[in-house]
Structures are given as structure tokens and as C-alpha cells.
Design a protein around this ligand. Sequence first.
Ligand code: PLP
Length: 370
Amino acid sequence: MTELPFTRPTLGEEEIRSVQKVLESGWITSGPRVAELEQRLAQYIGGGVTVRLFNSATSALEAVLLAMRIGQGDEVIVPAMSFVASANVVVRAGATPVFIDVELANRNLNVDLVESALTLRTRAILPVHFAGLPVDMHPIHQLVGDQNILLLEDAAQAIGTVYQGRQVGSSGNPVVFSFQANKNMTTIEGGAVACRDDELVRHLEAIRFHGIALNDLGEMMVDDWGGKMNMPDVCAAVGLAQLKNLDRFIKQRRELAQCYLRNLPNHPALLLPVDSPGHSWHMFCVCLDFTAIGMSRQEVVKSFKQKNIMIGIHYPAMHLFGLYRRLGYGPGDFPIAERIGEQTLTLPLFPAMSKEDVERVCTHFRSLMV
Ligand SMILES: *Cc1c(COP(=O)(O)O)cnc(C)c1O
């Protein structure tokens, strides 16, 4: 049996030709292809947003926090279950992440817990659209109302996700996407901010490139700090080819996810992910009660590996990392995030997979659950 990775980017002739053109053009770093991809993404997302590209979603999140002057003394509410970048960017900005628990069924932040985490220092809430399943943003918008609290959506896993009939990213508040190699579309490494705030866009442009802005005479001005977070045209060229196929990739992901949902065993020890019409299925993550089946996670992962099937772990609960224990967090703080962290397995899911591949995974899964 050939090796089945847990994910693999779908790259073809179009990406190769697109990159080759840039390499032959004489201009390989940020330039016309970046501008073109920004335009195309804004069209794709809709809602009149402006998009600015970065060299990663991590940079993009940091840039938004810096631009909004969120730092020392400020608190940012973050779900305890996400990729660690979601909290690290808050620390990098000098602010304090305030974790809250998530919901078991959808792994997104528990909206009911947001209110009790609010303090006079709360400057932002950072919901994460986990695995491409949209966060129910409506009650969060209602809760925040006209208070001066930024909603910064971490949609790193959610390009192409639809919430209430609209693309995630079209809300107007800043929304960050990732185009890292494993995401639903890739620029190899890369990220983006979508927003409807011209002032923020100007700040982001300066922050991603040395703080430089041009005055009316075209002269260089530096009024605030900026770093080096720009995306090269070579990467944007990959993204332009990928974006054309994004809807097809997501359709294939949805069909494969449906196939998993139909074929995985119905067993009390196994918790399947919830479906939703707008889900972009970046990952297919289950929870398995290892005690109930008498095997450790390591043993389960190893048994899949012996069948040449690679399993991922997304993710350990963030508040239990040493960095966050030093802020005073520890075991027992967020029982749902901790349970997911202990029980989670990510099954292979990527557009080039076949339904036979899904069945191969399910067959082995069933053999473990007798
Ligand atoms: C991938 C990811 C990031 C970071 O994206 P990069 O482009 O690799 O910086 C941030 N948050 C979440 C939820 C992610 O999955």
C-alpha cells in the first residue's frame, strides 16, 4: 500500500508555469503578482474588503495587533484550543492572552464564556475558525456592541469557509488567512488580512515593509516602526494558480469528509466532527477515548503507520505549554480544550485523495474498535 500522508498540497502545471513566468520576468519579490492576488482575493471574499498580503498569517496577525496599538497592559481573549500562533502573536505584541474554553463538538470558542472573560483591559477577541468550521460570530458582535473591542478573526484555516451565506473574511473587521503549505490553498508560505478600514490598510502596508510610506512627492517617510513581512511575487504566482482551483479543492474536501462521516464506526468512544454547509474542511479531526478502547494514542498512531497511513495531532491545548504555564495557567483550567488535546487525531484529508483512500482509513479504524 502506498503511503497516505495526512495532508498534501495539490500543485500542477499551472503553478509551475505561473512561477516560471515570474522567475523569467526580472522581478521576483513583491510586485505586480502580489497586487493581482490581493485584488483577486478581495473579489473572491466579497463585501467590499481590501486584502493585504504578508509572508505568513503569523506576521499578519502581529501586524494587525501592532497597527491597532494593542500591547503592554492590554488583554486579548483567545480560545485555549488552536495552533499556538494564535496566542504567541498576542505575547509578541506585548499584550496578555486570556484563554477561554471551547466547545467539544466544534472546537470553536464557547461564545457563552466570552462575556465572563471581559475586563476593563480587554482590547480584542481573537476567534479561530477551527479546521474551517465557521465560528458563530453573530452573538460575539452583539456582545461587543459599540465597545472599543477589536474582533480579530483567525481564519488561517478558513479560506473559502462560508458563514450565514457570506465568505468568512467579508465581515469588515480584520480577518487573517494563512496560505502556508498545508492550508486549503497555498503560496508555499504566506498570509493575508482582509478588512474594510482604509486607515488600517495604510498601517499594514507600512508595518509589513520597514514602516515606509511615500509622501505626495514620492519621497520616503518613516513615522512608525515597520518590519519585513512582505510576500514575494514568486509566492503570489503560486497563489494565483491555487485560487482558481480553490472552490474545486473545497468541494473535493467536502465529499471526502462526507465519505468519512458515512464510513467511520458509530461507537461511543469515537466523537466525529460536526458538519455545516459552509465548512471548508481544512482538517478532519476526531476525538477518541483511548482508555475505552484499551490503547494509547501512541499505539493507535503507530498502528496506522504500520498500514502506511499518517495521522496528525491538532492540537495540544495551548495553555498547557510551558510559555503559558508561566502566565499562571495549568491543568484543569479548560477541561474541553484539554480533553481535545488528549484525544484528538487528524485523519488524512486532501483534494487528491480518493474515496478508496478514505475507506482504507475507515477499515483500519474499525479494526481498532471491536
Ligand atoms: C496555520 C495557522 C496559523 C499560522 O499561519 P502561518 O501562515 O503558518 O503563520 C495561525 N493560526 C492558525 C489557527 C493556523 O492554523
